[in-house]
Design a protein around this ligand. Structure first.
Ligand code: DX5
Ligand code: ZN
Length: 220
């Protein structure tokens, strides 16, 4: 049976009512907080940084899943651990010494994630998969919320799931970008364990109900 983890992306929250939106997630059926950190270099957008994350963590009562879209993430691993990140996800494309980076994340007591851009082949993880707690498959180009889902993602998830099974790894699969009630079930059937949803949740008329619907749709 499947109990899919739902991780609303705070990037789509109303930053002028951040505490309200955090409480919405706390009181919903959501499992995690997904936090997007962008540096304006690795991706063509700047989201928010440490002071805002600190404010989020103060109110958030669920797992903090941090997605770093920054160059040279090694410089900030310790900082994110101290801020309260439970899962720290770095981009494959930003890490020339990925094995070392993952060891450093785990040494700080966090789960280690690796994110793949839409063009990055899952086979590149063959020799490192057993060291990865979670692979984040980008189903849009990273940098912005509200973009449309890339259909090739389904076959990527299936390929990754095969690799994980073949290597007998315990890695879980997270999907990030353009997730809605139209693709959620098919993503889980393909092998996804965690679904990030930004706009679909926060732009909905009733975010709490929308989270509950996503949860119901993907738990079977
Ligand atoms: C995009 C971010 C995503 C984004 C998802 O670069 O990594 O987490 O917030 O937003 P939606 O669900 O609106 O595509
Ligand atoms: Zn993200």
């Amino acid at each position: 049976s499947k109990n899919t983890i739902i991780a609303p992306s705070v990037l789509a929250a109303d930053f002028a009512n951040l505490q309200r939106d955090i409480e919405m997630i706390n009181n919903s059926e959501a499992d995690w907080f997904h936090i997007d950190i962008m540096d304006g270099v690795f991706v063509p957008n700047i989201s928010f940084g440490m002071p805002v994350l600190e404010a989020i963590v103060k109110h958030a009562k669920k797992t903090i899943d941090v997605h770093l879209m920054i160059v040279d993430p090694d410089r900030y691993i310790k900082t994110f651990a101290e801020l309260g990140a439970n899962i720290l996800c770095v981009h494959y494309e930003a890490c020339p010494h990925l094995h070392r980076t993952l060891q450093a994340i785990k040494a700080e007591g966090m789960k280690a994630g690796v994110a793949l851009n839409p063009h990055t082949n899952v086979d590149l993880l063959e020799d490192i998969i057993n060291d990865i707690d979670m692979v984040l498959i980008m189903s849009v180009n990273p940098g912005f919320g509200g973009q449309s889902f890339i259909e090739n993602t389904y076959s990527k998830v299936e390929k990754l799931k095969d690799l994980i099974n073949r290597k007998r790894a315990n890695t879980i699969i997270e999907i990030d970008g353009g997730v809605t009630n139209k693709n959620a079930k098919q993503l889980v059937e393909a092998g996804a364990d965690v679904l990030v949803a930004g706009s679909f949740v926060f732009k909905a008329e009733n975010p709490t109900v929308t989270v509950a619907d996503l949860k119901k749709l993907t738990s079977f």
